[in-house]
Design a binder for this molecule. Structure first.
Ligand SMILES: N[C@@H](CCC(=O)N[C@@H](CS)C(=O)NCC(=O)O)C(=O)O
Length: 229
């Protein structure tokens, strides 16, 4: 039985969510850096053989290759029989977490950061301002929904305790810190939720967020992304 490999980069929001989960649950693994900035580590044959989609995160659990962060989080939670709050076994509690996980892609992770900050760097072309404005508008709606529905009367997104859904949202929402935007600000439930996530994950937070903080401090991805309520 070989140790599970985790392919990722802490600068990726969807990798950070899995990294937080691995750390918080003390799950043994070998970390393999796929450095998103160094395109050679992404666009190479060895990595393409592992994930033909050439995206991270990926796990190799003794020959079982799994992609997609939410599938990985669910798999690890069940496999390692972690504390129930991460991915509750009670049907309706689990359905709440699944609901938030289903809302996440295309709504919270809607490409706004990528189109505003990353695509212009990669292509050398100016950002498409019309597209970016559309993405800001849809992100704003998703954040409003998180504030007014998902976090209404609850400490965390899935309920009273932290779950894998919180890790997904946290990964993406913190991505905007790189561009110097605290997109949870002005939404009181989200502000409190951020503090609660940070204190609940305290010992693991710095370890997973160090790269984000370095890139943030460099200031080279600074951009105005106004999604305030
Ligand atoms: N839906 C996927 C998204 C994976 C994804 O897009 N990962 C990005 C990093 S955030 C990636 O690998 N990009 C490859 C690249 O930039 O070339 C998931 O949730 O795991």
């Amino acid at each position: 039985m070989s140790i599970m490999k985790f392919f990722g980069d802490p600068i990726s929001p969807v990798c950070r969510s899995v990294m937080l989960f691995l750390a918080a649950n003390d799950i043994q693994h070998e970390f393999v850096l796929i450095d998103l900035k160094n395109r050679d580590t992404v666009n190479n044959e060895a990595f393409a053989a592992i994930n033909p989609n050439q995206r991270i995160p990926v796990i190799d659990d003794n020959g079982f290759i799994l992609t997609e962060s939410s599938a990985i989080l669910r798999y690890l939670a069940v496999k390692h029989k972690v504390a129930d709050h991460w991915y509750p076994t009670a049907l309706q509690d689990r359905a709440r977490v699944d609901e938030a996980l289903s809302f996440f892609p295309q709504n919270i992770r809607n490409g706004c950061f990528f189109h505003t900050c990353i695509l212009p760097l990669r292509t050398g072309k100016p950002r498409d301002e019309v597209r970016c404005a559309e993405l800001r508008a849809s992100l704003k709606l998703a954040l409003d929904f998180t504030e007014n529905s998902l976090l209404k009367g609850k400490k965390f997104i899935g309920g009273d305790n932290i779950s894998i859904a919180d890790l997904q949202y946290l990964g993406e929402i913190t991505q905007y810190l790189i561009s110097h935007n605290e997109i949870y600000k002005g939404r009181p439930n989200m502000e409190q939720w951020m503090q609660d996530c940070e204190s609940t994950l305290a010992p693991h937070f710095d370890k997973v967020f160090f790269k984000l903080r370095n890139v943030q401090a460099s200031g080279h991805l600074k951009a105005e992304i106004d999604v305030s309520p």
